[in-house]
Design a protein around this ligand. Sequence first.
Ligand SMILES: [Zn+2]
Length: 133
Amino acid sequence: MIAYCTHCWREVSSADTVCPKCKADLTLDNRTYEEKLIGALAHPLPEARVRICWLIGKNHTCEAVPDLMRLAMVDEDLFVRRAALETLGELKDTRAMQLLREVSRCDNRFLAATALKSLQKIGEKNDCVSCSG
Ligand SMILES: [Zn+2]
């Protein structure tokens, strides 16, 4: 099984007690794995935030939905926003439907297409595809 440092989210060996990359003590964190994942959405590197979104989808961490919704709206990095939108579809959480509907009609086709796909995953029939953009 692959282990991740819960501070920098780079891959580590499960035998490591200190992260070889960021030197964090890997034995000292008492938060649950879910709490660590959600906390990591604030990671300064966009590539890391994208990876965390993906991990949240794989783990079905539905507690992350409010944070994903925030990222999908305000993250400065388009790829992070897209990853958050994709993950909201992956989690099939109906709380995200209003937001996805709004984004599916936004001017950014890159994000709009992703939001639409996620909406379809959740099972929403989009009644207004043609008015996007
Ligand atoms: Zn680390």
